[in-house]
Design a binder for this molecule. Structure first.
Ligand SMILES: [Zn+2]
Length: 283
């Protein structure tokens, strides 16, 4: 288990960025996971069970794991049409896992309410799922449903969703389009330094957020499809998100897994991101 302590580390950002790392309470990050996420279901070959397996192996023993319960239909219907729900339900091996992925995102969001960061280690991913349309290995929009659930339950009023996946999270952006209470920022930069600068700029937004939510894709990695970020950059991003959450919303932040396909380094990159999110040192 990660050790909880108060500490200040002489942290260095990846570049000479105007970010001052202030001392931060080191906490655990709860990892929301269910063995069913490592199941086979009809999808693209690259979106394979090994994705969550390599991450689970890397994180086990470092952070506490929490098993989620499955989502309810009414949760899915907060974001999606009945027609889309029925389409996914018709794919027998997929449906229970997709519902459990939504449940995992909701569980992570609920843990974050208590001021403890959480990471939903789930598949299938969700940010390409719009209210009535899905594509890109996504079926239900895990992130949008989790955030909308908390808003409808009166738990949060204003949420920042940061999407760091290589691909534009069209589903999430479509659902929250025109909303004043949810800001969705997709970081779409192909240059490493510009990418991180954009993340920091997004976090400088002074709106009174009471939750920071991250669609955490790892396909921007140098050896993945995006070819943009180094592994240590995921630490930098995680740490900046945690600092923002500490400053504006009592540390309330959570992330859900979206993309990430370079299996040899995927686990390590997620671990670096979580070390940042935990407020810890660059490891
Ligand atoms: Zn992606």
């Amino acid at each position: 288990m990660a050790k909880i302590s108060w500490a200040s580390y002489p942290l260095k950002p990846a570049f000479s960025l105007p970010l001052v790392y202030r001392p931060c309470k080191i906490t655990e990050v709860k990892v929301v996971y269910h063995p069913l996420y490592a199941s086979e279901y009809p999808t693209a070959f690259v979106e394979c069970p090994e994705r969550v397996e390599v991450i689970r192996k890397e994180l086990e023993g470092l952070y506490p794991f929490v098993e989620p319960s499955t989502a309810r239909e009414e949760d899915v219907l907060l974001v999606h049409s009945q027609g889309l729900l029925e389409e996914v339900r018709a794919v027998a091996p997929l449906y229970p896992i997709a519902m459990l992925a939504v449940g995992g995102a909701i569980e992570a969001a609920r843990i974050a309410l208590g001021g403890e960061p959480a990471f939903a280690l789930i598949r299938p991913p969700g940010h390409h799922a719009s209210p009535d349309h899905y594509w890109g290995f996504c079926f239900f929009n895990n992130m949008a449903i989790a955030v909308e659930r908390l808003i409808r339950d009166g738990e949060v009023n204003r949420v920042l969703i940061l999407d760091i996946d290589l691909h534009y999270g069209d589903g999430t952006a479509n659902f929250f389009s025109g909303r004043q209470d949810v800001t969705v920022v997709n970081i779409q930069e192909e240059d490493r330094e510009r990418f991180i600068r954009r993340v920091f700029e997004a976090l400088e937004d002074e709106a009174p957020y009471d939750m920071v939510a991250v669609s955490a894709g790892f396909d921007r990695y140098r050896l993945d499809w995006g070819g943009t970020l180094e592994g240590e950059d995921f630490w930098t991003i995680g740490r900046a998100i945690r600092q923002k959450a500490d400053e504006v919303c009592s540390g309330r932040c959570f992330a859900v897994l979206e993309g990430g396909y370079y299996l040899p380094h995927l686990g390590r990159n997620v671990r670096l991101f979580l070390e940042g999110l935990a407020g810890g040192r660059n490891g």
